[in-house]
Design a binder for this molecule. Structure first.
Ligand code: 13P
Ligand code: SF4
Length: 312
């Protein structure tokens, strides 16, 4: 973008941020933003985090309104955990293709085939699917959650890559669904090898939603928060990052003296980027779109989410 256009954009963003802050006060709202959101949204957020930290925050906030900047299942989880709050999202079309890869009928059929198995659902699932499960998890606590379950047989939905990764840390039998994240699954061994050749001093940090052969190359494997923490604490000065590009905002904020190279330019989740500042301001103005989860679904799904929050 040329300098003048850039300056105009910056000025527009500044005005939108001021409007958002004012509306936030009027509504007694809190803005929660996932680490994969655009930088300008993370800048205006009260709290940034991965899916686990944001679920925890939604469950404990005393604000009246939660503005959830992430994808749809995250807003739903917030509403399920805080049923008396109004949860609004900037754009209803921000979905998660991986969450859409598992549905209730398919999961019920699998449960029938494995009647003794307990179902562990990645938080990247719809409320209807969560209502069919025993416990939720995120990439930050998946191994602990699996170990906490009272069964040696686990049905795991929907991420086959994360499922493969966690299966290496448990003796339990894992029946793994065939879903995947379109963004993380895009990263190939070749991409990583090319980057390693270009930046031989850099450590490779990778999210377990990537393919198993890519995860194997990691100097560190972990959830978004774990990656951010690792990079901050590591003595290394240069990193090749194998997760979504929005993470760069927190990485650079925490470690301004370090260099971060994203492993490909394709590590951008288009769904997360559907949200922008204009939509954040609009949803606070109109108080819509609001998340609604039918109470009979929410009550069942809440059990699964709350069990996850209790795992230590
Ligand atoms: P975490 O937030 O658990 O790191 O998950 C990554 C992700 O893909 C969220 O949609
Ligand atoms: Fe879904 Fe992947 Fe985007 Fe996360 S990064 S919202 S898992 S598509």
């Amino acid at each position: 973008m040329e300098a003048l256009a850039l300056a105009r954009k910056e000025e527009q963003n500044q005005q939108l941020k001021e409007r958002i802050l004012q509306l936030k006060k009027e509504r007694n709202a809190i803005i929660l933003a996932h680490y994969y959101q655009r930088d300008e949204i993370q800048e205006v957020a009260d709290f940034r985090g991965d899916s686990f930290l944001l679920a925890q925050k939604a469950a404990s906030t005393d604000a009246d309104v939660i503005v959830f900047c992430g994808v749809h299942f995250m807003g739903e989880s917030a509403k399920i955990l805080a049923p008396n709050k109004t949860v609004i999202i900037p754009d209803e079309r921000a979905g998660c293709p991986m969450a859409d890869m598992v549905n209730v009928d398919g999961l019920r059929a699998l449960k029938k085939k494995h009647p003794n198995a307990k179902v562990v659902a990645y938080i990247n699932t719809s409320a209807e699917v969560k209502a069919e499960t025993d416990i939720c998890c995120t990439s930050a606590n998946a191994i602990k959650v699996i170990e906490s379950v009272d069964s040696d047989e686990i049905i795991w939905v929907p991420d086959k890559n994360l499922g493969d990764y966690v299966s290496k840390f448990t003796d339990k039998k894992m029946i793994i669904w065939e879903g995947y994240c379109n963004t993380h699954d895009m990263l190939t061994v070749r991409d990583v090898e090319e980057m390693k050749a270009k930046y031989p001093e850099a450590e490779f940090v990778v999210h377990p939603e990537c393919r198993p052969e890519v995860v194997k190359l990691g100097d560190f494997v972990g959830s978004t928060t774990a990656i951010i923490k690792y990079c901050k604490e590591s003595p290394a000065k240069e990193f090749i990052v194998g997760t979504e590009d929005g993470t760069g905002y927190q990485l650079r904020k925490d470690s301004p003296d370090k260099t971060f190279h994203f492993a490909t330019k394709y590590l951008v989740c288009p769904n997360m980027k559907v949200n922008n500042l204009k939509k954040v301001a609009k949803c606070l103005e109109t108080m819509s779109p609001q998340i609604y989860v039918p109470p009979h679904i929410a009550d069942q799904a809440r059990l699964s989410l709350e069990r996850m929050l209790q795992v230590k």
